[in-house]
Design a protein. Structure first.
Lengths: 270, 223
């Protein structure tokens, strides 16, 4: 019981830190996934007098992922009942070419402006439609979400620092006496600190395992999925290998830093 | 006879620069039993601290077990402390360790094998009549019992010197007598040098002892 009590304070602090980090990760992934959905759905429409070569366009503009010609046949078919074959043939011959340009990432409004004006410099291109008003609104909303997430991340950082500072004071109180007594009998610094490091490593493993269990459960129960489905995104709540390893590394690093700082700050009673 | 402790013009003071011990010269021979007395605040405990290396000499020289204490580095200090046994008024036992592990501490530090350490701890706890308590924690024992554990720990690694700071200050008469007997035994049977800081020298002492008295920063030999 006494031993559990000694462990609890650090485990609780580490668990809180790791849990918050994982929540932040899920939030970041949701935003990225939503951004990807927006990118897929967004395209610039270009009207040209003569055919455009995809390779040449892509080599000039790194932002452009693909150039796809939009067939005018659907529109022409609608006119079949109202126009004779000769007129339709003439229309087909005089109609400009329509292209749909997909982009590498969801662009910033400035990037769209620059791309539009550069596209207009190509002789064959007569018009560029970027749907900039709709794009601007969605982009600003995304920026707002990103801003909120960053503030959230900063708050986590501050809370983490406070938790660690508080934990350090508790540890100092818990271990100072034992380290002083061991020093009185000639224990070298490594032996005096061995218990501290053992505690730090065990607590880090326990805290990371607890977070692993909680998020594995959330992932396997599919509890969060309906919420993501509602906004048409797919998010991996917990990546066993990548996230698990990240948690173990963070927990181990934090607790070892804590132990090292305690040893550095340790002063023998005089 | 070998001199275990040699102080030459020794001056001790804390950070506030108030001199506690002022240019004192004395020596203690191997196998001596020495009482250091003095009024509260006279510097008895300060002198003991300098003997186990927690307070370096401000001026003069101090040598303990052949090791010069002035500007001593941590490696040398650790080496010296592995040959010294210390007993405090407040026992200074590690609360989260069992009695057995507490007594074993100096043996762990000195790198003794586990089986050798266990035999030695058993022997010592039998000697202080606590062999039935080895799985207990310090706070489960009475003050007298805790001090006997501290005595067993101080003797565990066969030290050349035992330094005791008011070892019976918190104990009843019976427990105090047990501690005096153990200290006398260490001196007579193991030939260990014993230095005890105390307010009162017990009248029941059976062995010859030396008496140093501290007053106004000076140390006198009381005959």
């Amino acid at each position: 019981m006494k031993s559990l009590k000694n462990h609890f304070s650090l485990i609780a602090a580490l668990f809180t830190i790791l849990f918050t980090i994982q929540v932040y990760q899920v939030l970041e992934r949701s935003i990225s996934s939503y951004e990807e959905t927006l990118r897929k759905n967004y395209a610039i429409v270009v009207i040209a007098n003569s055919p455009l070569e995809e390779a040449s366009i892509k080599s000039r503009f790194s932002l452009i992922r693909s150039v796809e010609e939009i067939s005018p046949e659907k529109v022409i078919k609608r006119l079949e009942d109202e126009m004779d074959k000769t007129s339709l043939g003439l229309l087909r011959a005089t109609l400009p070419k329509f292209y749909r340009l997909s982009l590498e990432h969801y662009p910033q409004p400035e990037e769209i402006d620059i791309l539009s004006s550069q596209l207009m410099n190509i002789k064959a291109i007569k018009r560029v439609e970027s749907f900039s008003q709709t794009h601007d609104q969605i982009y600003k909303l995304l920026l707002l979400y990103k801003g909120v997430t960053q503030i959230f991340a900063f708050a986590i950082f501050i809370v983490t620092l406070l938790l660690i500072a508080k934990e350090m004071r508790i540890w100092q109180f818990q271990h100072q006496e034992r380290m002083n007594i061991m020093a009185l009998f000639g224990a070298p610094i490594m032996l005096r600190s061995a218990v501290l490091f053992r505690l730090a490593i065990i607590d880090a493993i326990i805290a990371a395992s607890l977070v692993f269990t909680v998020f594995s459960f959330i992932r396997s129960s599919g509890w969060a999925e309906p919420y993501f489905n509602d906004i048409n995104i797919k998010v991996n709540v917990f990546n066993y290998a990548q996230d698990g390893l990240l948690h173990f590394s963070i927990a181990l690093s934090l607790s070892i830093i804590l132990a090292v700082m305690l040893i550095i700050n340790h002063k023998e009673e005089v | 006879m070998d001199k275990v402790i040699i102080a030459n013009d020794l001056t001790l003071s804390y950070n506030n620069n108030e001199t506690i011990i002022n240019q004192c010269t004395f020596d203690i021979n191997s196998g001596d039993f020495v009482f250091i007395t003095g009024a509260s605040g006279s510097g008895k405990s300060t002198l003991l601290k300098s003997l186990y290396g927690s307070l370096p000499p401000k001026q003069g020289d101090l040598s303990v077990g052949g090791v010069a204490m002035k500007n001593i580095n941590s490696k040398k200090l650790n080496f010296l402390r592995r040959h010294v046994g210390i007993v405090f008024q407040d026992y200074k036992l590690i609360k989260e360790w069992t009695i057995e592990k507490n007594v074993m501490l100096p043996l762990i530090i000195s790198g003794y094998a586990k089986d050798v350490s266990e035999i030695q701890v058993q022997k010592l706890l039998t000697h202080v009549k606590l062999n039935h308590q080895l799985g207990k924690y310090p706070l489960e024992l009475s003050g007298g019992e805790q001090q006997r554990v501290a005595m067993a720990r101080a003797l565990a690694h066969n030290p050349i010197i035992i330094l005791a700071d008011e070892p019976t200050g918190n104990l009843d008469d019976y427990s105090a007598q047990v501690i005096w007997n153990l200290l006398e035994g260490a001196c007579t049977q193991l030939k260990t040098t014993v230095v005890v800081v105390t307010h009162h020298i017990p009248e029941t002492m059976k062995i010859d002892y030396r008496h140093l008295h501290i007053e106004h920063g000076s140390i006198y030999e009381v005959s």
